[in-house]
Every structure is written in C-alpha cells, then in structure tokens.
Design a protein around this ligand. Structure first.
Ligand code: GLN
Length: 544
C-alpha cells in the first residue's frame, strides 16, 4: 500500500509549497521510490479553466484533458510523472459531485453534511488510483486557518487513522521571518501556525521553515521544542538561485531523511542526484546567452506563462546558454508607432505565446511580420500560430481581411471555431456562445508531421502527441493560399482536417504550433522545439 505525505502551509501563502512537494517527490524518486503528487484546491471553481491567468497563474493541462492548477506543472517538471485529472480536485468539484448525487437521490434520504459526506469524497479522491505507488504526496492549497480549507484538514486528519498509523505523515511549510529592528529570525509565527494545526487534530511530523538567512541552531531547537518535533525534522529552507537547485538544497538540509525517518524507514543509501547536479552545472556555468522577446498579453504576472518560462529555461539548459526573457506587452507595443522595430531589434528570437481575445492581437501580428521579414527566429504557440497564419494570409497571400472568428464576424475566417471533431471519446461538439468552462479542445492529441519538414527533423519523428487548449482552429481551406505565400502546413491531425504545425521553409527558424509544447518540457528532458528554438536564437546572436 502507498504511504501518504500530506503537505500543508502556514503563516502566509506563496511560500513555495508546490515546489517543496515537487522537490520532495524528486528526492524520493532519486532514492528509487515510485511517487505521485496530488493537489487539493479549496476554492469553489470546479477547475481553474475559467479563471483569469491574473487570478491564479496559468492553467496547466494534462494528457487526459484536465485543466488544473499550475502546481501540477511543477510536479511533472520535477518528477517526469504525467499528471492526470485525478491528481487535482477543488472544493467546487467535490461539491458538484455531492450535489449531483443528492439530486439523484443517492443518499437515500440522509441529511447531506460536510462531515461525513464532503470529507468522505475528499478521502476517496486522495486514495483513488494509487496502486503500485510507494508514496502519494498530497498538497493542500491555501494556508492553515482559511475557512475554505477546513474540510480538507479534517479529511487528512481522519485519513491518518484510516490508513493506519505509520502509513502517513504531515509536513508543514512555514515562514521564519527576519525582523530587522530586532536583528533576529522570529519563530513565533511558526509556533502559532503549528498551534492552529494541532487545534485541528493535526500534529506535523516535519516542519519546513522558509527563511532568508541561515536558521541558527538555537532557533531550530526552539521550534522543535515548541512545535513538538525532533530537531532533525526542522528543515531550514533558504531561497535558491534557481528552482532546480531546490531538490539539492532540501537534500543538504536533510528533508528526505527526515521524511523517511518519520515513517520509520532508515535511509541507507544516498539518493542518485546526478540529474539535478548536471542541470545546476549547466545553469550556473553557461557558455553564452540569448535574449528572447515574448510578445504576449499577460506579461504583468510571471505565473501566467509559468510553463513557457520554464520551457525556455530548459532550452537554455539543452544548449548550455543563459536565456534572458523580455516580456513585451503586445497592447502597449502596438501603440508605439515605429517603436516595434526598435523594441524587437535587440532580440535574438521572438515568441508569441498562447492567449485569448483580441486585445494586443495587432501587436502580435506586427511581431510575426517583423520576425518573418527580418529572418529572426519565430516561435508561435497556439494563438501565436494563429497570428502567424493571419499575418501570412494578409501579407503574403493577398487576403487583406484575414482574421479569426474569435475577434468577431469576418469574411475571411483564416482561423475559425470548429464545432465538431472526433476524439478518442467519440464525436465532440461545441456551440458558438456555449458554456466557457471545459469546452475547448483539451489534452493530448496525435499529429502527423510531413517527412521532409523542419518540424519532423526537430522532433526526429513524424508521429507526435501534444497537449491542446483552444477553441479555434486554423481553417484548412486556406491551406493552398497560405502555402503559396510560403507558409507550409507541415503537421496535421491524423484525419488531415486540423492544422497542427506551420512553418516557413525559406526562413531560418519559423514554426507555429497549435498545441502547447511547453507543458511537456522538463529540465532533464528539454522539449525538442524549445531546444531547437534556443539553438536558433544562439545562431542569430552570432549574426547581430
Ligand atoms: N484563443 C485561441 C483559441 O481559443 C488560442 C488559445 C490559446 O492560445 N491557448 O483557439
């Protein structure tokens, strides 16, 4: 049976609970254990699919088409274990299931209550699909003391008994702030946070203490004493120079040993951390650097493009170069007459990422044009591919009115809404103006690349599977005109209906993809498109 590690956070949010969970899982994996990480989100949205990226960062999409919290991206990037729908649940989804059951009469006249019905549903979710695993790490979103997270706290408290003592532990992440006036790190917030937890019946086994300077032994012992844990189980967690240094740092501080020891497991051998030392060596000793201009809409919040940011870093790891990213607000940029070239000229490559809505689109189209005409490497992802097709239609195929139906009615729908397509689950239908939640082409789909294409040479194969999240598609009826203008459709859905990859053979590096390759990139296995894009940027940097 799998052992469970429940991870909670205290004092303040944004301490890096997701990264901690991901790093701990990576350390256990490095010791040969099979792991899976899950996230409980206490908010009432059924999934984050309808939330603005400004609210909650990017929406991470799994192979099985779930729209999930961005922490699942960290989990995959650190462990390589593909996440599934069953790895992320929200209060909204739990309540939706319960209310549906209640309406059907499944509760046979019982009064439906938070305890036991909501807590049972949470427990069921935690335990489902865990065969063959050594450890299941469950991260509880939010901070101890939130009203919303109470049912989750109660469920994990009960699980400790249900699973049998010794089969689960609680890890609590807290803050130990430095108070300048006193010149000291303060342990009181941690003591309060642990007191809150124990009042819910949860005694943490391991405390991970975020601090901005080394935690003196005296303070460590004090936390151990007041919070009722062994001193070795108080793990200092200082800021790292790169998130990929976090597993190594946690190992140094003894996190994996403390966790194993809380389960009564003796840590005999050292974990194999070569994967992480190699990554850090490449990050810390780069041989060159490139600057990439990302022309997007949600540039005010880095988390909105989390996976993209990481995939670009992975491309740098693959080439042993430092990647500087310039986030350019497409909307501001399009208002700057003549300023577009001035802003893009210093860039070694240009990327237009995924996005929704018309705002900033003319700026994105102008960026595509600049990259095409100046022969600067261009990578268009999802909306970025659609913009490349509209730019190609307008400026190289003579279709001046080319647009997308996403921006309103158009006579030349080079990009349009597809209302029917086949998936593994049969015929899928969408209605214009239908519900926005869960109504996109979501998850992994196969695509076929033309044998002689740039894309096929980058992938080293013609059969690929990538993750999607979009409502609109490039209209295959425009293929001939666009190809005459030099924009070749080099990847299609297996039935030949949906364009998946476009490229310009006459250009050093110009690729648009309808999917999101950034979702599958890992620091130890950089996505081939990002590795190749950064290599092209490096080439370009030698020209300018
Ligand atoms: N807005 C576009 C669509 O829905 C692109 C989406 C995206 O870039 N993820 O098709």
């Amino acid at each position: 049976m799998a052992r469970f590690i429940f991870i909670t956070g205290g004092v303040v949010s944004s301490l890096g609970k997701g990264l901690m969970a991901a790093s701990l899982a990576a350390l256990l994996q490095a010791r040969g254990y099979k792991v899976r990480i899950r996230k409980f989100d206490p908010y009432l949205n059924v999934d984050p699919g309808t939330m603005s990226p400004y609210q909650h960062g990017e929406v991470y999409v799994t192979d099985d088409g779930a729209e999930t919290d961005l922490d699942l991206g960290h989990y995959e990037r650190f462990t390589g274990v593909p996440s599934r729908q069953s790895d992320n649940v929200t209060s909204g989804r739990i309540y939706q299931t319960i209310i549906q059951k209640e309406r059907r009469g499944d509760y046979l006249g019982a009064t439906v209550q938070v305890i036991p019905h909501v807590t049972d549903a949470i427990k069921e979710f935690a335990r489902a699909d865990t065969d063959g695993l050594d450890f299941v790490l469950c991260e509880i979103g939010g901070t101890v003391g939130d009203i919303e997270s109470l049912p989750f706290m109660e469920a994990i408290r009960q699980l400790r008994n249900d699973l049998g003592r010794g089969n689960s532990i609680f890890v609590h992440l807290t803050l130990v702030p430095y108070i300048a006036a006193a010149g000291e790190l303060k342990t009181k917030p941690t003591q309060h946070s642990v007191r809150d937890l124990t009042s819910l019946g949860i005694q943490p086994d391991v405390l991970v203490c975020r601090c901005d300077r080394p935690l003196p032994e005296g303070e460590r012992a004090k936390i151990a004493l007041f919070c009722n844990v062994p001193t070795e189980a108080v793990i200092p967690a200082l800021d790292a120079s790169s998130i990929y240094g976090v597993p190594l740092q946690y190992h140094e501080e003894g996190l994996d040993e403390a966790v194993l020891s809380a389960f009564g497991i003796e840590a005999k051998d050292e974990p194999d951390l070569t994967r992480w030392t190699e990554i850090m060596d490449r990050l810390e000793n780069p041989e060159g650097e490139v600057t990439i201009g990302v022309v997007g809409k949600y540039v005010g919040l880095l988390d909105a493009y989390k996976s993209l940011h990481e995939a670009l870093v992975h491309g740098g790891i693959a080439n042993r170069v430092k990647v500087n990213i310039r986030w350019i607000d497409a909307e501001l940029f399009e208002q700057e007459e003549g300023g577009i070239a001035a802003q893009l000229e210093p860039m070694h490559a240009i990327l237009v990422p995924g996005g929704f809505g018309e705002r900033g689109s003319e700026g994105k189209i102008a960026a595509v044009r600049f990259a095409r005409e100046r022969k600067v490497p261009y990578f268009g992802i999802c909306l970025g591919m659609q913009m490349a097709c509209i730019e190609g239609a307008r400026n190289t195929a003579g279709i001046a009115a080319a647009s997308t139906t996403e921006f309103g009615p158009t006579d030349e729908p080079v990009v349009g809404m597809i209302t029917e397509w086949m998936s593994e689950d049969g015929l899928q239908k969408r209605e214009a103006g239908g519900d926005l939640g869960g109504t996109m082409r979501l998850g992994a789909y196969d695509a076929k690349l033309s044998g002689n294409s740039h894309a096929a040479s980058i992938y080293g194969t013609t059969d690929i599977s990538e993750r999607h999240r979009h409502r609109y598609e490039v209209n295959v009826h425009y293929r001939e005109s666009l190809e005459r203008g030099g924009l070749v459709f080099s990847g299609m859905s297996p039935d030949g209906e949906l364009p998946e990859v476009v490229e310009r053979p006459e250009h050093p590096w110009f690729v648009g993809v309808q999917f999101h390759p950034e979702l599958k990139s890992k620091p130890f296995d950089p996505h081939p498109l990002f590795a190749s894009f950064i290599a092209a940027a490096l080439q370009q940097s030698r020209l300018v």
